[in-house]
Design a protein around this ligand. Structure first.
Ligand code: PGA
Length: 235
């Protein structure tokens, strides 16, 4: 079985002391197929322990008068190699449009980082229509997808303990891979995200279309995160 990529999205969680305790518990993980995305201010702590680190968000330009923003250029200069983009929380809470997401993806890959491009439908939406428009808009004008990983995350599965049936995940990921193949003539890595936990990881890991996982809530629990990694990532 091919080695999978596991990305932990810690979102806006933990204070400094909690981060230090968390690091002590997970520092044994030393695998280039495991990426941790802490709050940006904690990134240097994770780099110190040689983790592969991702940033949860960047601006779409390298530098300038954009108070409060962080650029991919800056993150990459620290040694951060991955960046989440298009996450449903950014789309919904911060009204990020497909066009902005497209600008961010272009900037991320031009800075030699991997863009982890999140897509997924809300409950009741037409799956293929949503995936088609998010992907086509997000990838407009991009010729080489070598530094892009897609994360399929049904919005209704994020943070809810609800997970689609295996057949539904298979269908959605096949749709994404086929569409990318047809339009860009390239194979693409597709992760599954949305309520991945210790109870469902064995089953999810058996879906052969899934190339890895984007883990939110469970990445905050060291024992659970380690178990998920043990199942998905072989040495
Ligand atoms: P969850 O979050 O694992 O807590 O559902 C996933 C995500 O938002 O990427």
């Amino acid at each position: 079985m091919k080695n999978k990529l596991v990305i932990g999205n810690m979102k806006m969680n933990l204070n400094k002391d909690e981060i230090e305790r968390y690091l002590q518990k997970i520092k044994q993980i030393n695998n280039s197929n495991v990426v941790i995305c802490p709050s940006s201010i904690y990134i240097p702590y994770f780099l110190k322990y040689n983790f592969e680190v991702g940033i949860q968000n960047v601006f779409y330009l390298d530098r300038g008068a954009y108070t409060g923003e962080i650029s991919a250029m800056q993150a990459n200069s620290l040694g951060v190699h991955y960046c989440l983009v298009g996450h449903s929380e950014r789309r919904t809470i911060f009204s990020e449009s497909d066009q902005l997401i497209n600008q961010k993806i272009k900037n991320i890959i031009s800075n030699h980082m991997v863009a982890v491009f999140c897509v997924g439908e809300k409950k009741g939406e037409n799956l293929e229509q949503v995936l088609n428009s998010q992907l086509m808009n997000g990838l407009t004008g991009i010729e080489n997808l070598d530094h892009i990983v897609i994360a399929y995350e049904p919005v209704w599965a994020i943070g809810t303990s609800l997970v689609p049936a295996k057949e539904e995940i298979t269908m959605a990921i096949r749709y994404i891979k086929n569409l990318v193949k047809e339009k860009f003539h390239q194979d693409i890595t597709v992760l599954y995200g949305g309520s991945v936990n210790v109870e469902n990881i064995d089953d999810l890991n058996r879906i052969k279309e899934v190339d890895g996982f984007l883990v939110g809530g469970s990445s905050l629990k060291p024992e659970d995160f380690i178990k998920i990694i043990e199942v998905a990532v072989k040495e």
